[in-house]
Design a binder for this molecule. Structure first.
Ligand code: SF4
Ligand code: SF4
Length: 180
């Protein structure tokens, strides 16, 4: 039996003050080159903030979805009514704009800030000064499962949207322009 590392970012909305440092640092960390630009629309964490309803809800980008749900959810917790789909982590959902790259439309998925050498803790956790985000790691036994890399997920999403022929044509054009 193989072992897998389970990474958990614990979210405590009661502690969040809506400062959005997590969004800014996540976006900067994933810029190319790293830290060259800060565009929170590219963050893999989004903070739903409604000061009138006293809502501060950090949400991490999760798996990619190709189609919106047939039924939407709407939570009311301790008297606070959250927006439809507020807790949903799906990336690139056609029914909303979060967790999509603003230029390409590609899904933006939290990768736990994987880098070499690894960070001690994900960046959003490090910059959250009020412990609304905290981090835990543990090991679990698992069957080996094939895992699609982010690049493959992105390509699959483009193929689903535009069709294989168009994506292949575009890639051939990009390859030709890079060689030229
Ligand atoms: S850094 Fe922490 S307090 Fe600031 S918005 Fe993010 S989760 Fe909330
Ligand atoms: S763990 Fe890293 S990639 Fe994921 S939301 Fe936090 S800063 Fe972004």
């Amino acid at each position: 039996m193989a072992k897998k590392k389970v990474k958990v970012i614990k979210i405590n909305p009661d502690e969040c003050n809506g400062c959005r440092a997590c969004e800014a640092f996540c976006a900067a960390f994933h810029a190319d080159p790293k830290y060259s630009v800060v565009n929170p629309a590219r963050a893999r964490i989004r903070v739903i903030h409604d000061p009138i309803k006293n809502i501060f809800l950090p949400v991490l980008a999760g798996p990619h979805t190709e189609a919106e749900c047939l039924v939407r959810d709407k939570y009311t917790l301790e008297g606070k009514e959250y927006d439809e789909c507020a807790f949903c982590r799906a990336t690139a959902c056609p029914s909303r704009e979060v967790f999509k790259d603003p230029d390409s439309g590609l899904p933006l998925k939290c990768d736990a800030c994987e880098t070499e050498p690894p960070l001690e803790e994900p960046l959003c956790v490090q910059v959250c000064l009020v412990d609304a985000l905290t981090y835990e790691e543990r090991e679990e036994e698992t069957e080996e499962a094939e895992k699609l890399e982010d690049l493959e997920i992105g390509l699959e999403s483009l193929v689903n949207k535009y069709g294989l022929d168009k994506v292949m044509d575009a890639m051939a054009r990009i390859a030709a322009s890079k060689k030229g």
